[in-house]
Design a protein around this ligand. Structure first.
Ligand code: 8YV
Length: 334
């Protein structure tokens, strides 16, 4: 028995259904899977295919029972999964860390440009019918430019490095990055950018250095107790007034109240967010939505057709491999 917490793309569904030995119990709605449905239906399952909104914790594993062998997550991030609880029970964890890199890196670039060039604010004016009455002056609706920028990366994994690769042709002058080993070179050089850097690319010694020297700050790290609210009021206070913040990782890395305040006090120029704390529950009167210099997207980083097909089929393959005791396409080392 396997439990699948979403409707899947046909290709992935067919992969699972091709295995006649499987009983597939599936949440057949595009709404997030109901927790009580999951706890009830997971009983006796050998595998679970789940998403970010499905917390994979001790309670779920206990509800499943001892025969559970594999959890396959439709994501690169695994902060919704209690890895220790899996490890303790010898349960394997599959994920999709590579197939979404390009899609998310593309979106990072889009958010940088939207934030610098005031894309959200400009679209808002046109949508409100204000274009014809907009005053014109060489310095109205202007923003900072990406050419010459120092770009600071919080987290320097695949997505951050793929974003840097895209930014080099824009003429940025320098990249700084911070990983958990501050001041130390990144562990992996996914695109050969570190071996032969086209722009100076250095580890920052501290978050203070990264905040104060960057014209663009990109949040690309995973969420953990040590990265929660890493970007907070102190961080914004150190940032340049013309700098923009982009978050394509996880909402809670940025303290939303502090971001609202930084935008109101004009401590930074703007922000481009694909994620935010407490998503997707963002009411229409949320203060972040009142900030003209903040573009907020509903977590669509991986939302290209190719990427979502790949994520779905890879998750299905990981699930099947876990059940059969074979090598997964990508497995988390627990
Ligand atoms: C989501 C993501 O998985 O992979 C991740 O970690 O944040 C996204 O790609 C996707 O939006 C489905 O929830």
């Amino acid at each position: 028995k396997v439990v699948v917490t979403r409707n899947l793309i046909d290709e992935a569904q067919q992969l699972l259904e091709a295995d006649n030995s499987l009983e597939i119990v599936q949440w057949k709605s595009d709404q997030p899977c109901d927790r009580s449905w999951l706890l009830e239906n997971v009983k006796g399952a050998s595998g679970i295919l789940l998403m970010l909104s499905d917390k994979c914790d001790d309670e779920l594993l206990q509800a499943a029972g001892e025969q559970l062998k594999v959890v396959a997550s439709f994501s690169v991030g695994t902060d919704h999964v209690d890895r220790e609880a899996l490890k303790k029970r010898n349960i394997r964890l599959g994920y999709t860390p590579t197939c979404l890199t390009d899609a998310v890196a593309d979106l990072s670039v889009m958010l940088i440009l939207m934030a610098q060039r005031r894309g959200g604010e400009a679209m808002g004016k046109v949508a409100m019918g204000e274009w014809s009455s907009m005053p014109w002056h060489p310095l109205l609706m202007v923003g900072p430019q990406i050419r010459g920028a120092t770009v600071g990366f919080l987290g320097f994994g695949r997505i951050a490095q793929a974003t840097l690769k895209r930014l080099i042709p824009f003429g940025i002058s320098r990249a700084l990055y911070l990983t958990s080993r501050a001041g130390q070179p990144a562990k992996d050089d996914h695109y050969g950018l570190l071996k032969e850097p086209s722009v100076p690319t250095e580890p920052a010694k501290s978050w203070e250095e990264l905040a104060s020297e960057s014209d663009v700050v990109i949040v690309g790290c995973s969420l953990s107790p040590s990265t929660k609210h890493l970007v907070n009021a102190d961080f914004f206070a150190k940032m340049k007034k013309l700098a923009v913040l982009v978050n394509i990782a996880r909402g809670p890395v940025v303290d939303t109240n502090a971001l609202v305040e930084a935008l109101e006090k004009e401590e930074i120029f703007g922000a481009g967010l694909d994620v935010i704390e407490n998503e997707p529950n963002i009411p229409a009167d949320h203060p972040i939505l009142k900030q003209p210099r903040c573009v907020l997207l509903p977590h669509i980083g991986s939302a290209t057709i190719d990427t979502r097909v790949d994520m779905a089929t890879e998750s299905a393959r990981n699930l099947l491999a876990g059940l059969r005791g074979e090598a997964m396409v990508n497995e988390v080392e627990l």
